[in-house]
Design a protein around this ligand. Structure first.
Ligand code: HEC
Ligand code: HEC
Ligand code: HEC
Ligand code: HEC
Length: 215
């Protein structure tokens, strides 16, 4: 924490550094998910995704979910070499897709229907065949079947600067034992390794991929 304070002090001395620091510092404030500048947010950040009461309990284990969910049926990832058993996204990924499949407005939450959708660049659509597979169990059986995956008890490191965590793949990257959008992304920008794409792990040298894939 002390380190962080000095980084901020140093950053304040230089405009450029400050911008870099603000983006990597590891808070949702100033990140792509900071909605405070949107006219519909009332200056709030969390409300588009969470509320303290009357939240959506239809998605398995959703954390006090306030955003309208998508009813899209997704085209799932498939390939002749895939061993994972993939089904329609539930859980964590369904939360992301409530904005990122482009069918529900970002400002549709708390029972109100909005009209501002994610930008084209961040719209994944409902064809998930073009995205890294998500929504499946990553366990010892899959490691054996695949032959070149690291066991889920192996170490992983997420974050950067003063906010780094090292633990097992299963504890840091899996959700109920499953591979989800948040296996690679940190929606809150708390433990991210770089400024772009809210990535939890360092993409240099493809460390983000090699944490799970033994290639
Ligand atoms: C863009 C959507 C979005 C916004 C905005 C958002 N969250 Fe979340 N939050 C999620 C998702 C998705 C999860 C599920 C766990 C995950 O993916 O990391 C989550 C999980 C959580 C959790 C439980 C897991 C954890 O990380 O501790 C807490 C607490 C939380 N959010 C608090 C907040 C607070 C406080 C804010 C506002 C400052 C906020 N969130 C803003 C999407 C969001
Ligand atoms: C409430 C709607 C909403 C939810 C839910 C949501 N996002 Fe986003 N996300 C956005 C918006 C809005 C942007 C940026 C502006 C745009 O594209 O319009 C964005 C941007 C991003 C970006 C690009 C970041 C960058 O720096 O360019 C990533 C990556 C991302 N989101 C991942 C996720 C993941 C992963 C989840 C779930 C864990 C999630 N989002 C949930 C609305 C959402
Ligand atoms: C295996 C890791 C991984 C998974 C799983 C993953 N992403 Fe990503 N995502 C990335 C990487 C890496 C990038 C950066 C791509 C680039 O810079 O070219 C990215 C980029 C993005 C972007 C920015 C737009 C773009 O295409 O560059 C969004 C939005 C996004 N991801 C959302 C999601 C959502 C929603 C899910 C779940 C449905 C998801 N991601 C699952 C690794 C992943
Ligand atoms: C959190 C762990 C994890 C991370 C991080 C991850 N992957 Fe994966 N990936 C998996 C698992 C598990 C599978 C399913 C393997 C299987 O079914 O045999 C998979 C599947 C794939 C597939 C499809 C394989 C097939 O047979 O069709 C490709 C390609 C792939 N990953 C590439 C990447 C790349 C590139 C990155 C980095 C951007 C990455 N992965 C990051 C765990 C991960």
């Amino acid at each position: 924490m002390k380190m962080n304070y000095f980084v901020r002090l140093a950053a304040a001395a230089s405009g450029t550094l400050f911008l870099i620091s603000a983006a990597v510092a590891g808070t949702i404030t100033g990140s792509a998910h900071d909605f405070t500048t949107q006219s519909w947010s009332g200056g709030r950040i969390c409300v588009a995704c969470h509320a303290p009461h009357k939240t959506d309990t239809t998605i398995a284990d959703a954390p006090l979910w306030n955003h309208a969910t998508s009813t899209a049926t997704y085209t799932l990832y498939s390939s002749p070499t895939l061993n994972a058993a993939i089904s329609q996204p539930g859980g964590n990924s369904k939360l992301c897709l409530s904005c990122h499949d482009g069918t529900v407005a970002v400002n549709s939450f708390g029972g109100v229907t909005g009209s501002t959708n994610v930008s084209a660049a961040n719209n994944l659509g409902s064809n998930l065949k073009s995205s890294h597979p998500i929504g499946f169990t990553y366990d010892a059986a899959l490691v054996t079947a695949d032959g070149s995956l690291h066991p889920t008890g192996n170490s992983a490191t997420i974050g950067s600067g003063g906010q780094i965590r090292t633990d097992t793949i299963s504890s840091l990257l899996l959700f109920n034992g499953k591979m989800e959008c948040s296996s690679c992304h940190d929606v809150h920008n708390t433990f991210t390794a770089q400024t772009t794409a809210l990535l939890k792990m360092d993409p240099s040298g493809s460390k983000d991929c090699l944490t799970c894939h033994k290639k």
